[in-house]
Design a protein around this ligand. Sequence first.
Ligand code: FE2
Length: 111
Amino acid sequence: MKKFKCAACGYIHDGEEAPEKCPKCGAPKDQFVLLDDAASSLVERSRHSNALHAEVIALARQLEDICNDGIEDELDPGCVDVFTKSRAMAWKIMKLSMTEVQGHMGKGKWG
Ligand SMILES: [Fe+2]
């Protein structure tokens, strides 16, 4: 499927032709540029990778919640220690993916 990028805001439209106006910023059709195969492929790959990072971030947040429950449960010092360490690792995992996605956005690998 062809991809057209709004020159005004960067919105990427998937379709056989550019939309009449940008759904994001309202720019007219003539503001859309057809992406070549390499750029289209990069968009697809970026969408996939960004979705994976979003999934990792969501799972890390779930892990944090589980660890918080475990810390609050406070069965014994060993459990609290494991949950505390695991929560810190979940936070780090979340931050790693967030930073990578932030880098993608800065390079236009989003949309
Ligand atoms: Fe736009």
